[in-house]
Design a protein around this ligand. Sequence first.
Ligand code: ATP
Length: 263
Amino acid sequence: MKRAAADPVLAAHHLDAGHGRTIVVRDLALAIESRTVTALVGPNGSGKSTLLMTLARVLKAQGGEVLLDGEPIGRRSSVEVARRLGVLPQTAVVPSGATVREVVEQGRYPQLGAWAMLRRHDDAAQRRALELTGLTALADRRLDSLSGGERQRAWIAMILAQQTGVLLLDEPTTHLDVRHQIDLMVLVERLRDDHGLTVVMVLHDLNQAARHADRIVALHDGVVRADGTPREVVTPAMLREVFDIDAVVVDDPVTGRPIFVAR
Ligand SMILES: Nc1ncnc2c1ncn2[C@@H]1O[C@H](COP(=O)(O)OP(=O)(O)OP(=O)(O)O)[C@@H](O)[C@H]1O
């Protein structure tokens, strides 16, 4: 089905999400517009990953619905969803013996037909994904021999090789040193600006979220407590209510965006 121009890329209506019989996120409403970067923030256990994985259909909605391009995501085939959504989970199982190149190649599978899958050619998308994540020189190393940060970049390369219009990233900066964290955030902005991607990511660093996201959604106990631009969301009141932090909010001297400093 073609997406109507007005449809958000992803939407949740009256969404209940959880694990087994435990509901973590209740009656949540969310609409993610095209070509935006949204950061999901909140304390540990507030439901960020549960929400992200339910938007990705990795977890089944327990109630309500998730719409992808205006259509219930449950009605789309797995291949259709994989062609549209690139998903980076919080933890991924390292395939035994696989090299970085082989893992990145996996990202191409949803985009290729059955015959192309068998050809396993090193196409331009893979090369670009390796370049963008600075992994070209490590392409033939086994994933299980890499550092945590290098491995995290390999997962991100795999998602980029998938060339989807939407990226759902759960704590993508985990294990990355400061240089690579900045590089990744700048890459996310470039993917939005130059390639029209839509990105939703769970971030723990609120100042990083304020600096790089168009919109911040703050969750607390599975409920959206604040939703808006960084300026609207990063306030002393939100920091107190959502994170239990006594803080001042000042302007970042470089970007002019809000940053918080705990007292
Ligand atoms: N597989 C699971 N089975 C049962 N409960 C789970 C499972 N995964 C998470 N939970 C529970 O769901 C709640 C929300 O967890 P979730 O991982 O979504 O939070 P989060 O905001 O992403 O947390 P964190 O910042 O610690 O990653 C927590 O109480 C957690 O214990």
